[in-house]
Design a protein around this ligand. Structure first.
Ligand SMILES: Nc1nc2c(c(=O)[nH]1)N[C@H]1C(S)=C(S)[C@@H](COP(=O)(O)OP(=O)(O)OC[C@H]3O[C@@H](n4cnc5c(=O)[nH]c(N)nc54)[C@H](O)[C@@H]3O)O[C@H]1N2
Ligand SMILES: Nc1nc2c(c(=O)[nH]1)N[C@H]1C(S)=C(S)[C@@H](COP(=O)(O)OP(=O)(O)OC[C@H]3O[C@@H](n4cnc5c(=O)[nH]c(N)nc54)[C@H](O)[C@@H]3O)O[C@H]1N2
Ligand code: SF4
Ligand SMILES: [Mo]
Length: 758
């Protein structure tokens, strides 16, 4: 079948080309840049691997020994690379990139290449565990585990009501699991307290899109990278966090196809390729973006026809940004006014600009405002819904899109809003519950923690996330977890959080279950089951269905397979922006994913949203928002003189439950560290390798220093990955409870810290 959803730019690439570039040159360019990509060669050349290092090659079973290949999708980032899992004697032995998949054309990044190794790694949870009278966790059977879970749930609901129950989940379950969990939490347990780690990750992008376009959902396609004239890359470290997209952008840049502006306080690798680098002061994006709008308006680069036909709110924005001269913004942002002028002009003059952003924008107290200002820029220059143009929020976790569209957190399935009575009514009718059973507002993650602290929430179920390492102000967050009456933790590995649990539920992991993940460009990809679950682990889906049945709601969970749940969910997406009705697992496998909306089985999917200039607001018009700059809530002072920035390294995935179990990957990034600018290092007598202490108002940690000009004077950077299981206090001991007031996303990038040599 011809995949007409795949734009020609990628479809025309033959086996000797990768993303429009000669294949060898592509691999050489990305390899020299340390992108760590690996190519499974195209099918006609046989299933061989061009492993980047001898170590990686040695760790792999030769492809010739693989008995069976199963279609799947990478379990790490939301780039959503297509791959196949190789199994021998029913065990996973290797993965290879799928050369026909339009996202990665057979390429994989280094951690992805090793994912088969961790499916059976030490530390996998193979049995449910219950804390006994001596306070020890010991293995129990599933029957006992379910009795405990359901018994305690019932007791809490009977005595204190469903609002005493909370569920904190993740962006890493299958789409079908989010839908089933949503039904369990909202329809059966009826708790208002359902949220997940996307609150720490995507909340500002979600709220921003809703405010600007009337609905969540990135409007772009990855193919835009091959058609854009200008990329505005901000608060996104593509090289470490989205290497395949990094490679695709690099190919375009190397061919001279587009210009690149990077706005980031840290000199990440892509700044070296930038035509213009804006090393802004942390948390000043809104000032910068307002000044860029000022330049666009002042220089007459506004697309008046587009504004008149498709938007509202322009006049208020024009009035606000009139005061944001480049000179004023330069003082706030710490970059030359002339560079802000250039950025604004390039944006306004480009035929097609793509903005790419990730956590440097979302994880600040003005995350939503920054997203809205980027949307403003695209709208006022008419650069939305056209090839190569649009504001593109890159998602992080493999299924945080599914969490959003299937109702895993603060929304209802099918991008329905709790705040809209008609949306609640549709779901209540579909599930056979009362309208009043559904809350009118979401409860953000930190409110769950505060609810526990206040004694209002007594039962917390944590699923697929490790908040003892990743929640802001972890010492506080962990103390709260210790004190909750009942803590159930459902994970695939032993973690810092499972250690605190009263009941641990072992989940089946990637490769051991079937379903779908939706990537950043709205492409729904399929994952087929390759192997049986480890030990007595059961899929999250099975666990949710069983709990629902045991709570007395068997009729709500008639699903035998995840595809049954998918079918029920997709019927609920009729007429919604994320219409999935035309999708079947077989289609996803044959067509290498489909970008929603896919309203019927004849639809090839939809590469771009808003192509007609009609948005998902009541009047169909996008909204420009006037929003002034407000400084970060915590900033360096005499006692805590440094900006502490946190984030990712290419080798590791979050709390390292998987990448910490890949020996050849761990070897390349074995321990925690802090980056210190050479000027600061000289002043404090610090050399690379010296142990230093970092302190904030919340906590402290000791780590070796790395002296590097990547961080600006007065700034520090610590990876978010290392926790007690990997030899370090988590950096989140130092981060604070500062939130964007519209999205309730924490400002994990901006902490005031002190540094001293030990
Ligand atoms: N290897 C690897 N890849 C991953 C992940 C992983 O754990 N490991 N996690 C995935 C997930 S869930 C996510 S959310 C993504 C995150 O992907 P990214 O957001 O790209 O990664 P981060 O390292 O968190 O940081 C982003 C950038 O924001 C910059 N920044 C900090 N403060 C500011 C600011 O005030 N303004 C601006 N403009 N920029 C700022 C930082 O310097 C950094 O370069 O990565 C995904 N991919
Ligand atoms: N300081 C600082 N803190 C941050 C960030 C930052 O940039 N800086 N980034 C934030 C962001 S963007 C994110 S997304 C979060 C990530 O934070 P977390 O979600 O807490 O990190 P992970 O290590 O990915 O945790 C996922 C857990 O799910 C388990 N798991 C994997 N697959 C499955 C499955 O199929 N089922 C079940 N039940 N469990 C599974 C893994 O073993 C792991 O323990 O961290 C946030 N915290
Ligand atoms: S870029 Fe992301 S999805 Fe693709 S192989 Fe790497 S981790 Fe997996
Ligand atoms: Mo994330």
């Amino acid at each position: 079948m011809v995949d007409t959803a795949t734009p020609p730019a990628t479809r025309d690439d033959g086996p000797h080309r990768l993303f429009g570039m000669d294949r060898r040159r592509f691999l050489q360019v990305t390899g020299t840049a340390g992108l760590g990509l690996t190519a499974a060669s195209a099918v006609p050349l046989g299933a061989r691997l061009l492993a980047p290092t001898a170590a990686a090659a040695a760790a792999l079973t030769p492809a010739e020994r693989v008995e069976r290949w199963t279609t799947s999708t990478c379990q790490f980032c939301a780039t959503g690379c297509g791959l196949q899992i190789g199994t021998t004697a029913g065990e996973p032995v290797m993965v290879r990139g799928n050369p026909d998949h339009p996202v990665n054309q057979g390429l994989l990044c280094q951690k992805s290449l090793h994912q088969a190794e961790v499916v059976r790694a030490e530390g996998r949870l193979g049995d449910p565990q219950l804390r006994d009278a001596d306070g020890e966790l010991s293995a129990v059977g599933w029957d006992r585990a379910f009795d405990e879970l359901v018994g305690r749930l019932r007791a809490v609901i009977d005595e204190h009501g469903p609002q005493a129950v909370a569920i904190y989940n993740t962006g890493q379950l299958l789409q079908e699991e989010f839908y089933t969990l949503s039904k369990l939490a909202r329809g059966a347990i009826k708790t208002p307290n359902l949220d997940g780690n996307p609150r720490l990750c995507m909340a500002s992008a979600v709220t921003g899109y809703q405010r600007s376009f009337g609905s969540d959902g990135p409007p772009n396609a990855y193919a835009d990278l091959a058609e854009t004239d200008l990329v505005y890359l901000t608060g996104a470290n593509l090289h470490e966090a989205h290497p395949i997209l990094g490679g695709r952008l690099m190919a375009r840049l190397q061919e001279g196809g587009c210009k690149l502006i990077v706005a980031d306080p840290r000199a990440v690798q892509f700044t070296r390729l930038a035509d213009l680098y804006l090393p802004i002061r942390p948390g000043t994006d809104v000032a910068l973006l307002n000044a860029m709008q000022h330049v666009v308006i002042r220089d007459g680069l506004v697309d008046r026809a587009y504004l008149d036909a498709h938007t509202t709110g322009y006049d208020e924005v024009a009035a606000l940004v009139a005061d944001w001269t480049p000179q004023r913004a330069a003082e706030v942002c710490g970059v030359p006014a002339a560079d802000i002028e250039t950025a604004g002009r390039w944006f306004g003059e480009a035929n097609a600009t793509t903005s790419l952003w990730t956590m440097g924008i979302n994880q600040q107290t003005q995350g939503v405002a920054a997203v809205n200002q980027m949307c403003n820029l695209h709208l006022m220059t008419g650069q939305v819904g056209r090839p190569g143009a649009g504001p593109f929020s890159l998602t992080g976790q493999p299924s945080s899109m599914d969490f959003r569209q299937a109702g895993g957190g603060g929304s209802l399935p099918g991008y329905r809003s709790l705040a809209k009575p008609e949306h609640r009514q549709q779901i209540a009718d579909a599930w056979g519950i009362e309208l009043e059973d559904l809350p009118e507002a979401p409860v953000a993650a930190h409110r769950i923690w505060e609810g526990i602290e206040a004694g209002d929430i007594r039962f917390l179920w944590v699923i697929g996330t490790n908040p003892a390492v990743t929640f802001p102000d972890t010492r506080w967050a962990t103390e709260v977890l210790r004190n909750v009456e009942t803590l159930v933790v459902q994970d695939v590995f032993e973690t810092e959080t499972t250690e605190l649990a009263d009941l641990v539920l072992p989940a089946a992991m990637w490769g051991e279950k079937a379903g779908t993940f939706t990537n950043s460009e709205r492409r729904v990809n399929v994952l087929r089951q390759a192997v049986q679950p480890y030990g007595r682990a059961r899929s999250d889906f099975d666990i949710f269905v069983e709990v629902g049945r045991r709570l007395g709601f068997a009729e709500m969970f008639p699903f035998a397979t995840t595809e049954d749940a998918f079918d029920e969910f997709k019927a609920l997406t009729e007429g919604r922006p994320c219409d999935l009705r035309g999708i079947t697992y077989d289609r996803l496998e044959a067509e290498h994913g489909l970008q929603w909306p896919v309203p019927d089985t004849a639809s090839p999917g939809t590469p771009r949203l808003y192509t007609e200039g009609r948005f998902n607001t009541e009047d169909g018009r996008a909204v420009l928002h006037a929003m002034d700059y407000v400084p970060p809530l915590e900033a360096p002072d005499a006692s805590y003189p440094f900006w502490l920035n946190t984030g990712r390294v290419q080798e590791h995935w979050h709390t390292m439950t998987k990448t910490g179990r890949m020996p050849s990957v761990l070897k390349r990034s074995p321990e925690n560290y802090v980056e210190v600018n050479p000027d600061d290092a000289r002043r404090l007598g610090i050399r690379s390798g010296d142990r230093v202490r970092l302190r904030s108002r919340r906590g402290q940690m000791e780590v070796p220093a790395r002296v590097t000009a990547k961080v600006a004077p007065g700034s520090l950077f610590v990876p978010m990955h290392f926790g007690p299981k990997f030899g370090s206090r988590p950096v989140n001991d130092l981060t604070g409870r500062f939130f964007d007031e519209l999205s309730f996303q924490p400002a994990l990038k901006h902490t005031a810290a002190a540094l001293e040599l030990l």
